[in-house]
Ligand binder design. Structure first.
Ligand code: FE2
Length: 264
């Protein structure tokens, strides 16, 4: 199932520090300075506030221990380096333990605008800011616990809920649709499309509906789910997820709203 990656995650030394090249730091700089001016009016206020809390460096790729200092202060979360995409059970176990797995390589210039795999820009810029929010981090922790408790045949279903919230979630808390999902926040093209385009469907977030909705990872999304407030994520963190799963299984999958993937 897993496709061969052209990238290898970099391993930290005994201090938890990773040696990046000047060119890798320059790629980070160019990515972050392109993305920050895109946020106004497109990222939700909570996300922009959370980015300020992270105080990410502009000139260099941040090191994981410095990120953990900030996350620990706010929510007790940590980021942990992983070699590549990891199996569901490992992923769920880390999240249930308030550890967010991050790939530590950075994309090359050839894939500056788009790559399918998560790189450290996606992981750190996209994901870490909202890990400072107690409601959001409670949701991800509950997600990890629900994953550990779930039947393995429901893992792919649970992945859809993660996709439509943590990765591609939108929120409208009164001042229009805004983004908070990491897949959107780390993509200049999808940030504009997700918030401003008339093409995609935008539906209120319903967990059972999200569990039933298929997606493709290689195109802009055709459906986005919109939260009314981050408080809703906290409410979901307190819910019984096994009832969502059994209801979604009973109702079955929605038909795709995107074209089939062309054969390579
Ligand atoms: Fe991600």
């Amino acid at each position: 199932m897993k496709k061969q990656s052209r990238y290898t995650s970099k391993q930290p030394d005994s201090q938890g520090l990773i040696a990046y090249t000047e060119e890798e730091h320059a790629i980070w700089h160019d990515l972050i300075t392109r993305q920050i001016p895109m946020l106004e009016g497109r990222a939700c206020r909570q996300w922009i506030g959370a980015l300020d809390e992270m105080n990410l460096p502009i000139e260099r790729i941040p090191q994981l221990p410095e990120l953990n200092k900030v996350l620990e202060k706010h929510t007790g979360w940590n980021v942990v380096p992983v070699k590549a995409l990891i199996p569901f059970t490992e992923f769920f176990a880390l999240l249930a333990d308030k550890k967010f797995p991050v790939a530590t390589f950075i994309r090359t210039r050839e894939e500056f605008d788009y790559l399918q795999e998560p790189d450290i820009f996606h992981e750190v810029f996209g994901h870490t800011p909202v890990l400072t929010d107690r409601r959001f981090s409670a949701f991800i922790e509950a997600y990890g616990k629900a994953g550990l408790a779930a039947d393995p045949k429901d893992h792919a279903m649970l992945a859809r809920l993660f996709w439509f919230t943590v990765e591609f979630g939108l929120v409208d808390n009164g001042d229009g649709v805004r983004a908070y999902g990491a897949g959107i926040m780390s993509s200049p093209g999808e940030l504009v499309y997700a918030v401003e385009s008339n093409i995609p469907q935008r539906k209120p977030l319903d967990p059972v509906d999200a569990l039933r909705t298929p997606y493709r990872i290689d195109i802009y999304q055709t459906v986005y789910f919109v939260l009314d407030t981050f408080d809703h994520l906290f409410e979901l963190s307190q819910a019984d997820w096994s009832t969502f799963i059994s209801e979604a299984r009973r109702l079955g999958m929605h038909a795709p709203t995107y074209p089939p993937k062309e054969a390579a």
